[in-house]
Design a binder for this molecule. Structure first.
Ligand code: MN
Ligand code: MN
Ligand code: MN
Length: 278
């Protein structure tokens, strides 16, 4: 049984619709999948409305998940919630406030682009995003497709990347807050991709200690394709802090083989999987 507990659909910044994602996961041999869109569970809800997932529950297990943005010190951290009950009011309200923050950010980015002489950005980007969240990739496509820049990378380099006008920071809640939403909804809080924050070893240990104190129960020991050394490092951290181990591709789109669904290898045998009690 291949388990993948981290991936994205069009409900956040993924390119596949929820049902396309399920199909691709099955083709890749995944039999236990958590959809973990950024600050949204709409993709999960959409799949749950499809009867065939119910029928195939024995062969294919869909886990209710979400990836929440939060702040620890000055660092932007991602916390995955697994097996959350999406009807619990604390989580429902938390997701609403995260969505509101994202919408406000999109409006501010559009205003900044307007000042630079690029009008109509919000309408264009919103249309591209459809039912999903409007993010910088949509504004980048706006700039390219309207002929303001020659490529997506130019859009980020000139207008949307770090330190540029469209680099609008969001005020996310504290790590403790989003972990408490997950705990209150009966879910398991997982520290996502611990090595992506590029912290020193000392700082990363402090983050993990605070995360555990807040109620976190697991860390992603495997996140996409990574080196054996990285896996070993994270496995040791999970053991040192007596945390369970999770595994996920962080799949966003089909043209990134390093994040392909279900293709990230296995957890080391020394790890206690986050699903051991499911
Ligand atoms: Mn993403
Ligand atoms: Mn993330
Ligand atoms: Mn992710």
């Amino acid at each position: 049984m291949t388990t993948d507990l981290h991936c994205h659909t069009t409900a956040s910044d993924g390119q596949l619709t929820p049902n396309e994602l399920i199909e691709r996961a099955k083709q890749q041999g995944v039999s236990r999948l958590a959809i973990t869109d950024h600050d949204s569970m709409d993709g999960y809800f959409e799949v749950c409305e499809q009867a065939d997932v119910e029928v195939e529950r024995e062969q294919f297990q869909l886990i209710a998940g979400v990836e929440l943005s939060c702040i620890w010190g000055k660092a932007l951290i991602h916390i995955v919630g697994l097996k959350v009950d999406p009807k619990v009011p604390v989580l429902v309200e938390g997701l609403q406030s995260q969505q509101l923050a994202r919408e406000q950010r999109a409006v501010i980015i559009a205003q900044k682009l307007e000042k630079l002489g690029f009008s109509g950005a919000l309408e264009y980007a919103s249309a591209l995003a459809g039912d999903g969240q409007v993010g910088r990739p949509h504004f980048a496509r706006f700039l390219v497709e309207k002929g303001h820049v020659s490529s997506i990378s130019q859009a980020f380099k000139k207008y949307l990347g770090a330190g540029k006008p469209g680099d609008v920071k969001l005020t996310w809640p504290a790590l403790e807050t989003v972990v408490s939403w997950i705990v209150a909804s009966g879910g398991q809080a997982v520290l996502a991709h611990p090595l992506k924050y590029k912290m020193t070893a000392t700082k990363l240990r402090a983050l993990i200690a605070d995360f555990k104190a807040a109620g976190g129960v697991a860390i992603e020991v495997v996140s996409g394709k990574q080196t054996a050394d990285q896996t070993q490092h994270l496995a040791q951290l999970s053991q040192r802090y007596q945390l369970l181990a999770s595994i996920g591709s962080d799949f966003h789109q089909p043209d990134q083989p390093w994040n392909e669904l279900g293709q990230m290898g296995e957890l080391p045998k020394s790890c206690e999987p986050v699903w051991s009690g499911w």
